[in-house]
Design a protein around this ligand. Sequence first.
Ligand code: GSH
Length: 204
Amino acid sequence: MQLYYAPHTISIAVAIALEEAELEYEPVKVDFARKEQATPAYQQINPKGRVPALVVDGGILTETGALLEFIADRAEHAQLRPSDPVLAARTREVMFYLASTMHVNHAHKMRGARWASNPESFKDMARKVPETMTASCDYISNWGLRGPFVLGDTVCLADCYLFVICTWLEGDGVDVARFPKIAAFMAAMEARDSVKAVRARNML
Ligand SMILES: N[C@@H](CCC(=O)N[C@@H](CS)C(=O)NCC(=O)O)C(=O)O
């Protein structure tokens, strides 16, 4: 498998899950500084001009949540998505929230041009990010984390996803000290071999 990624982006959630599942992959860096994601060559890989993209036998897959689910299916031994239907849905509940709300809140800091044309509007959207990301942290802290991790004591797909988004919090103006459960989650994830491996590869 080849993972198209850019450092510090949501694509690293996929790298962490691949490491958790002990699946081999070749990381392929997309150079955002040179806007490589917008080139016709990269858009052959992902027509949306985003990372991640995962090249697998049978095609190219995009969307973080879909890739994480693919990894869970490829590596059932890793138990990254429980077979119990309620716990599987709980895993997806958090992932869908991250994809549809928390990641989108974060994107308003740098990517205002997706939603407006007037540069003043970009500034207004960016000013709102500390507030919306703090509201997301309230939700994650009170409801998303059922224990040290999303499902309690064991790591699932949603933890890989949440961890990367939490690495953005300080830069988004969130006072992380207000959220001791999130700080403890971050420390627990940092201690895992999966996160150490992606840090060793300078992906995070
Ligand atoms: N819903 C997509 C969002 C992917 C996404 O927005 N990735 C960002 C990095 S965090 C990106 O590639 N941005 C490049 C750009 O906007 O030019 C997913 O989760 O895969």
